[in-house]
Design a protein around this ligand. Sequence first.
Ligand code: ARG
Length: 596
Amino acid sequence: MIKHIQQCVTGGLTSLFGETFTAADFQVNTTVADFEGDYTVVLFALVKKLRLSPDVLGTKLGDYLAEAHPQLFKEYTIVKGFLNLSVADAYWMEVLLTNYTNADFGRQLPNGKKVMVEYSSPNTNKPLHLGHLRNNFLGWSVAEILKANGYEVIKSCIVNDRGIHICKSMIAWQRYANGATPESTGTKGDHFVGDYYVKFNEACTAEVNELVATGMAKELAEKEAPIMKATQQMLLDWEKGDPEVMSLWRRMNGWVYEGFAQTYARIGSDFDKTYYESDTYLLGKETVQAGLAKKVFVQREDNSVWIDLTADGLDEKLVQRKDGTSVYMTQDIGLAQQKYDQYGIDKSIYVIGNEQNYHMKVLQLICKRLGMPYADDIYHLSYGMVELPGGKMKSREGTVVDADDLLDEMVANAEKEAVKNNAGKPESEFNKMTRAEQQALFNMIGPGAMKYYLLKVDPKKTMVFNPEESIEFTGFTGAYIQYTHARIRSILRREAATPGWQPGAGVLLPLERSLIMALEQYPFVLEQAAAEYNPASIANYVYHLAKTFNSFYTEHAVASAETEDKKQLRLRILMLLANVIRSSMAMLGIGVPERM
Ligand code: ARG
């Protein structure tokens, strides 16, 4: 409707005043409560340009709209520079009747554009943590939102499976494991390897302290610590392809992948393409050599390779170490190229935390300097850190919030909350479920609550995840929306809409209207979410839908509506509503139950 109004207004302005305007020249909002009308055209900007009083402009435009588009506009009022338009009931009815059985309502047809969304992208030296969950939820959701808007989307992940940090857990395993494996210890593979990463850091700190005690400067001691030297040697051996190192590397990464796969399955993350740094770094190194020849990079006396970005207000950046080994940036140079070569993408989105803003800025600039055609299509979807109410955490010390633990806690919280809400209600849907059905429900509600809580916040914002608050069945939570969906579905299970029904002459009541009006906005909301890469607008929207329904349902009956006509109308509203709630939540990666 907003688009219709924008078009009708620009058309009206041209035919009234002979001047061309665009939708950007004025605002269209939903009319604020307490005023008559559905949508409001804000006249101030136009008043200035046309040098007319708000009343004169409003009257001319209002009359024009009512006359030229009687099927859209019923009446209007002008309140101090705001033109409030009441949309004709017939329009809302048509929206409802055309779409109430359409499961794809809001989805756009293919637009021919290809987008890659890279997310998750873990290192293989430790398990996934809370930050990865925000990353996965965000990336997966943005990918789905783009798909709904007609983009062909490739979900991708780069596994940083090599490098100095991976060698650290390998060295620690060699030294301290005595051949132990995930199987022999009954530990999930990624956790098992992560424990050795922690062990490395403990051992390294001990060695550094010893050296410092002999009078060595700390900085030097950190380089000279024997375990550190062994790690650097291992990285060199790895790049040379030393069979023993390679075989340990494969074995340990294999353990990690098994662990990751389990976590991804729990949160519903999937990827169309997985890249591995152990491949991309080779192309990166080649590109560095090519860039050296083109003088984009410079080699220092110690053989290290750099790029000077001072002219762009950044600093000098290392792209290859003096011993010839590749750094984090090296592999990203290769990866950016590979993504483009393999898929011919129009846009390359990187979902990465804001602590890498600088890294991504440098990457884009390097691609530009190298004259890469895709340089401008790289987009860093940067997000803020997420913490628990307890505060900061560090993975080196093993104090990080583990993703699996947190998911377990969420499932347990869901159970507690459901039991609490159904206490003393033996006839409730929940209490009539089998244990297996209840368990499936907890697995849907718990992680769903977490997704919703993390996604309802603007990605850019740093946030605190509060597990207890997130699981509540009332308020701005995923469970509240899931519960609302189950309520609607339970009405629709008992009552079916009669096929072929045509609405009688009656008018729409305000809450019926509010519901249809909100539903009609869904395609627009999806479009906005895609334009801003922001699932929060969908989370907010679906909350608004649920609240509007709950207000509606306190006032109006459906099964025992005042007339058969009202019943048929309301059943159709509920059908579309259930569809849109399901679809919106699906965009966030959250399922909705039939019963709850
Ligand atoms: N593995 C990296 C990390 O954990 C994130 C990778 C992000 N993606 C990229 N193309 N650099 O910090």
